[in-house]
Design a protein around this ligand. Structure first.
Ligand SMILES: NC(=O)c1ccc[n+]([C@@H]2O[C@H](COP(=O)([O-])OP(=O)(O)OC[C@H]3O[C@@H](n4cnc5c(N)ncnc54)[C@H](O)[C@@H]3O)[C@@H](O)[C@H]2O)c1
Length: 445
């Protein structure tokens, strides 16, 4: 595996050099008259040089040259394609079925949803290649284990960042990507208070980079990408419908997903990209995310540690529309299958293109205490429950999906209830970790 790049490296404001202000102004005043004309000349030369540099950078970043759309002077992408690498990409993208196969670039492929979607596509004979930066938001070993699982099924996951325009361009030149399943993102609502830059870097800059690459490709691929139920934020009208307001996000994570939906509209409108956004509702299951509550509850219950069960206003239990991973995969694959072709060519739109947004939920919310009851049953261990008032850290008291649009347009029909899904999760958890449960981490929904 290549070098792991950490999100904590998001370029920050350059350090400011401290200066003794009184000395500085003293020096300036005494030299001002004698050096005024020389300074003026120097300043004009500097201004001219600065203007030239800006002009050069703007013109060189307006196409997708090797440096990419963004100025990446702080990020050193060490990518150089080798023959072995190119062969792996080509092989991974080779479809095994004849009836209209897709060749799909899955971003975030070493992530929870990305792994499952990649496997489903490969199993039915589509070509799949993944990309993931293996960041350390949660245990990297789990991402590597997922990567190994995918490798066993003939799927190559490139260890790279979605902001690496040169690498993505190379992939698009090597193989004809027909669809992009864009799942890479900085997930979790609470972590946004610790590392806001990582959300901007992956969920905004990364998304734009993906759209830029797709826009420039010829033919352009169709894109399906993961938004989130969190865009409903403080909305209280239930169940949440795609037509409800989404302008009151409760976390930076939600705000970046909402921004993503607006950015998607722009790329569809200007460049004719076919784009489908999916608002997932609390996805859970085998190979899941350790930062999520059902996962960390399992970990702590097995360790005999207390678990915090949050309550909303008026001591109301929190509730989530928990959605089993297989149902989400069905929704993702159906979105890819029903995605129309993009209409742009050479970066220009030639006609209107498809733009869709769907809720993918289970449409039967379950309270957190009930979730814990089910976990206790399958783990055969009593949880040490601590009831705590929900802190103001971006969480919302409940989620509930209206899925009628996905039902009619995608034939989406969630089939796994929480009881059945958690049973499968616990089975996987025990086989994967055994007694070797790692340390606890952040909790997300
Ligand atoms: N799991 C859920 O309940 C849920 C709910 C709503 C939305 N979503 C969205 O679904 C998508 C998949 O979620 P998941 O649960 O599989 O999360 P995940 O964290 O397991 O997967 C995301 C993957 O993307 C990778 N990644 C992050 N930034 C990257 C970058 N800049 N370049 C390359 N790779 C990068 C991570 O390493 C990770 O493996 C995300 O977009 C997430 O926001 C998930």
């Amino acid at each position: 595996m290549g070098q792991v790049r950490h999100h904590d490296n998001f370029p920050s404001t350059p350090g400011k050099v401290k200066m003794d202000r009184s000395n500085y102004f003293g020096r300036v005043t005494s030299r001002w008259h004698s050096t005024a004309s020389a300074r003026l000349l120097g300043c004009s030369a500097l201004l001219l040089a600065f203007a030239l540099v800006v002009l050069f950078r703007v013109s060189s970043s307006s196409d997708l040259g090797d440096g990419g759309y963004f100025s990446h002077s702080d990020v050193h992408w060490a990518f150089k394609p080798t023959r072995v690498w190119e062969k792996k990409v080509r092989q991974s993208c080779l479809p095994r079925r004849e009836d209209n196969p897709m060749v799909v670039l899955v971003t975030g492929a070493a992530g929870f949803v990305g792994t499952h979607v990649s496997l489903a596509l490969k199993k039915r004979g589509d070509g799949v290649v993944g990309i993931d930066n293996f960041n350390s938001y949660y245990e990297v070993s789990l991402k590597i284990a997922r990567q190994e699982l995918l490798a066993k099924h003939g799927i190559f996951v490139i260890d790279a960042d979605i902001n690496d325009a040169f690498l993505l361009k190379t992939v698009f030149e090597l193989v004809q990507i027909t669809h992009v399943m864009h799942l890479a993102a900085q997930a979790g609502v609470r972590y946004a208070m610790e590392n806001p830059g990582s959300y901007v870097q992956s969920n905004i800059a990364g998304l734009v980079n993906i759209f830029e690459i797709c826009k420039a490709a010829n033919p352009q691929p169709a894109i399906v990408w993961a938004s989130s139920s969190s865009v409903y934020g403080l909305n209280t009208k239930v169940p949440f419908s795609e037509l409800d307001r989404t302008d009151q996000p409760a976390s930076l994570y939600a705000a970046t997903k909402k921004a993503g939906e607006e950015i998607a509209h722009t790329y569809n409108h200007i460049y004719g990209l076919s784009i489908t956004g999916l608002r997932f509702f609390t996805v859970y299951g085998p190979w899941g995310r350790p930062d999520m509550a059902y996962f960390s509850f399992t970990r702590n219950i097995l360790k005999g540690k207390p678990i915090n069960i949050y309550q909303g206003p008026n001591n109301k239990d929190l509730a989530r529309d928990f959605t089993y991973i297989d149902d989400i995969v069905e929704g993702c694959v159906a979105s890819l299958d029903t995605a129309e072709k993009s209409t742009g060519s050479g970066g220009k739109k030639t006609g209107p293109a498809q733009l869709r947004i769907f809720n993918l939920g289970n449409t039967s919310p379950v309270t957190v205490p009930t979730l814990v009851d089910i976990l206790e049953k399958y783990l055969n261990v009593k949880a040490k429950r601590e009831i705590v008032k929900m802190p103001r850290n971006g969480d919302v008291p409940f989620t509930h999906a209206n899925i009628s649009a996905a039902q009619t347009q995608l034939q989406y029909k969630p089939e796994t209830n929480l009881e059945t899904g958690l049973k499968k999760f616990v089975k996987w958890y025990l086989s994967y970790y055994g007694d070797n449960t790692p340390h606890e981490s952040l909790v997300a929904w």
